[in-house]
Structure formats: C-alpha cells, structure tokens
Ligand binder design. Structure first.
Ligand code: PLP
Length: 442
C-alpha cells in the first residue's frame, strides 16, 4: 500500500519510505491512501496482540521490504503483557475496564510505537550504511521509550530533545540515563519549541539527507500504526465476550494514540465512542466546540506528557474528517484541570483501589463526568497511558504512601546521567547535529 501526505504536495511513498522519511517533504504527515476493512469475524481464531496485529498491519506493508516480517516485528516489539482490567463500579449497570498500556520497559504506552519502529528500522538497515540519526522531541515519555528501543543498536544514533524543567524529575532521569548512542538535550523552551525545532530541521531536506536524519515522533507512521493494534485486540475481546462495541477514553496530547484508535475503528474494529481526554491545554476541545482551530502555547499541567498546544496529529484526524460535523461525529473531547486530576487520583484509590498516573486520571475524570445514562448504555474503557511509578512526585503525596516501582524502571534509575543543555531554536540543533556528524565520520 502507498501513503500520501496530508498536505497533498508530496509523491506517495511505500510503507518503508514513510517510516524512514518520518515527515513528508511538503511538511505534511503520511496517511494511508486506502483502508483495509475487516469485520470482527475476519479475526476469528486470532487471540494474541501479535496475531491480531499481523492481520491488521500486513496490508499496509504490502509491496515493501517489511511485508513478510510484520509478525516477527510485532513479536519482538510487543513482548510484554497488555491487560485490560475490569473495574467494580457501584452501579451494576455500568461496565468499565482499564487498559494498562504501561507494562513495557519504560512504563508508558510509548513503548509500543518506539519498539515497533526500532524493530522495523533494524530490519531495513543495510550493513556498511552510515548510521541513521533519529531525532525525537519529547514531552516526557516518548524520549525514554525511543532511547530504550534504540540503545546500543548498531547503526543508529538518537538525539532526544526535552523541555528543560518541564518534565518530571523521574522522567528526566529516564531521558538521560543512556549514554552510548543516545544523546539527550535539555532545551531552554517548551515541548512545542522542541517539536518545532525537529520539524524545521526536517524541512531542510539537504541537511536531512546529508545527515541521514529520521524522526521517531508520533508524526512517524511507524509509531502510530502499531498503536491501532491494542485498540483492535481489546475491542475484539469485548465483542467476543458481549457482542458489544467498546468505547475508549484516551488521555490525549499530540493525538497519536487517539488517531490510532480512530484508524482501528476505520478498519472495522468494534469501537463505539472515542472520547479525547485533555488536560488544561484546550486546543482540541475548543476546536470541536467552536469550529475554530486556535493553536496556542502549551500550559504546564500535572499531566505533563499531554502539555501540547498545537497537536501534530490533528492534521491526520482532519484529513480523515475534513468537515467539522464529521469530526464531531468521530470524536468528542473534554478538558480537565489540575484540581480535578488530583481529586481523581485520590478517588481512584479510595473507590476502586486503582493507582492512576496523572494522565490516566484525566481519562478517569472524563468517564466520571459522563451522564449516567451514557455510562450505562455503553461499555467504557479508560486507557491507562503510564505507570504511576513514573510520577511519584505527584501521586505519592496525594495517596500518602509510596508507589511500587516496576523492576525495569528501577534499573534505569540506577544508571548515571548524560545530558547537554541546548538553546531554543533549530539553529542550535543544526549546529550540534553537524558537529556530531563530523565526529561520527571521523
Ligand atoms: C504521550 C503521552 C500521552 C499523550 O499521547 P498522545 O499520543 O500524544 O496524544 C498521554 N499520556 C502519557 C503518559 C504519555 O506519555
């Protein structure tokens, strides 16, 4: 299958080219030119994430170098559990579950996309080639997941840009604990600045080609598409158990995770409502309400991985649903402030025995605010995007106790830190990339 740019001014490319290219040359994002359609029965006999994922993703890779390797890539990438935990709510007519996407090596859902991308890139690489240099802007979790997925992989260099002082201390440790082929930069700016720097570097095609740059942000199709797999598998499981579609509430920032869910539904998966749960960064809820897109600087919140004022993947969402009415029919959105996040973390523990990270708490709050009739009419699934152990500074004082740290995460915390300061703006980034390339060339 071929992929085209959301801006329509770039030639369609294959799956492999879209993965390596990251951003389309016209500045747009790659989207499929057509959609495979399935009914749930087409997936009969397939139970695991890997089996369901292979059926879903293979048509996209068709005709390219990875076509025969999707099952292998998925088994390498998705090698950790993905439970959806039923929650006992007071009203027996309500059905609620929590999809835990945080059992990978860096304890956030970003592991799915990052590990799929790394497994794909490793198979596309030819020996003797100069290293591929992967650029990634992160609001916290992406950088750690990408670093973990590419750490010490021969033929790859990774530069991670994060907003200095705007990620949690625990996240910062995870971004800077690597060394070797991973370069971490604390940028004097916000996440939006980091993202703009990376985008601007890619628009300099000469430089991007010369330095063999690629992107691992959710602008990269290879991050986003594999995320459709857990929505497919989870909704299929519910469908088989009850004959009912499953509605998802997704903690959202750059909308990569949300678009993956919309795409899974587009392919025929039994998914009902898709509710985007945003923090105080209201760009998307405001767009749906007023019809006007007003990108704005991000504001810092407790759910910092969602502090995005100009979500990249909105472009993919609008590409699928250009008309406002259609967009409103496809997704709904809500914005939740920090006070509500704090309350919901406390409530989650008190009412359901659940310890939620601040991002998951945004989704849990969105569920609690649904009218009761809606909570009863549909089966709902709260998407838990990170482990609370990544945010002890926020969660522990609210609960008055320690949060258990998964062993994989604890191991990362013991490593020494490697980080450089970087000025805001693509000139500073260009400079370190050029001098880094000179060093690798020597
Ligand atoms: C990245 C992230 C989000 C937001 O996901 P998007 O795909 O950018 O919308 C939510 N929660 C956590 C924990 C994250 O790391």
């Amino acid at each position: 299958m071929m992929f085209q740019s959301t801006r329509g001014a770039a030639a369609p490319v294959s799956f492999d080219e879209a993965l390596i290219g990251g951003l389309a040359p016209d500045g747009g994002l790659y989207v499929p030119t057509s959609w495979p359609r399935y009914s749930p029965a087409d997936l009969d006999g397939r139970d695991s994430l890997v089996e369901i994922g292979a059926r879903l993703i293979e048509p996209f890779a068709e005709g390219g170098a990875l076509a025969a390797q999707i099952p292998d890539i998925l088994s390498e990438a998705f090698n950790f559990p993905v439970p959806s935990v039923p929650i006992e709510v007071a009203d027996p007519a309500e059905r609620l579950e929590v999809l835990e996407l945080f059992h990978g090596p860096t304890a956030a859902f970003k592991d799915f996309g990052a590990r799929f991308l790394a497994a794909s890139f490793a198979r596309l690489r030819r020996p003797q080639e100069r290293p591929l240099h992967i650029l990634v802007a992160t609001s916290g979790d992406t950088g750690g997941a990408v670093a973990a997925a590419f750490h010490r992989r021969p033929g790859f260099e990774v530069s991670v840009l994060f907003p200095k002082g705007l990620v949690s201390p625990t996240q910062e440790r995870q971004l800077t604990c690597w060394g070797d082929n991973i370069h971490s930069y604390a940028v004097a700016g916000t996440f939006d600045d980091c993202q703009r720097m990376v985008k601007e570097i890619f628009l300099d095609r000469d430089l991007a080609t010369r330095l063999r740059l690629s992107s691992a942000n959710s602008i990269n199709l290879g991050r986003l598409l594999p995320q459709a797999v857990y929505y497919a598998a989870t909704s299929i499981r519910r469908w088989r158990a009850s004959g009912q579609p499953l509605s998802f509430i997704i903690p959202s920032g750059n909308l990569g995770n949300a678009v993956a869910c919309v795409w899974a539904r587009r392919m025929g998966m039994p998914i009902g409502e898709i509710l985007l749960a945003h923090n105080a960064n209201r760009t998307v809820p405001d767009l749906l309400e007023t019809g006007v897109l007003e990108p704005r600087p991000s504001v810092a919140t407790l759910a910092s991985a969602m502090d995005v004022g100009n979500p990249s993947n909105l472009e993919r969402l609008r590409d699928l649903h250009p008309e406002l009415t259609a967009l409103r029919g496809a997704v709904r959105a809500i914005s939740v402030d920090d006070a509500a996040i704090r309350n919901r973390i406390i409530e989650g523990a008190a009412r359901f025995g659940q310890v939620w990270c601040p991002h998951t708490a945004v989704a849990a709050e969105a569920w609690a605010r649904l009218p009761q009739a809606e909570r009863r009419d549909r089966s709902w699934c709260i998407v838990a995007t990170a482990s609370p152990a990544k945010f002890p500074e926020i969660v522990e004082p609210l609960l008055g106790r320690k949060v258990a740290v998964p062993p994989a995460l604890a191991a990362l915390f013991d490593r020494p830190s490697h980080v450089s300061a970087l000025a805001n703006g693509s000139d500073a980034l260009r400079e370190v990339l050029m001098s880094g390339a000179a060093e690798i060339g020597r």
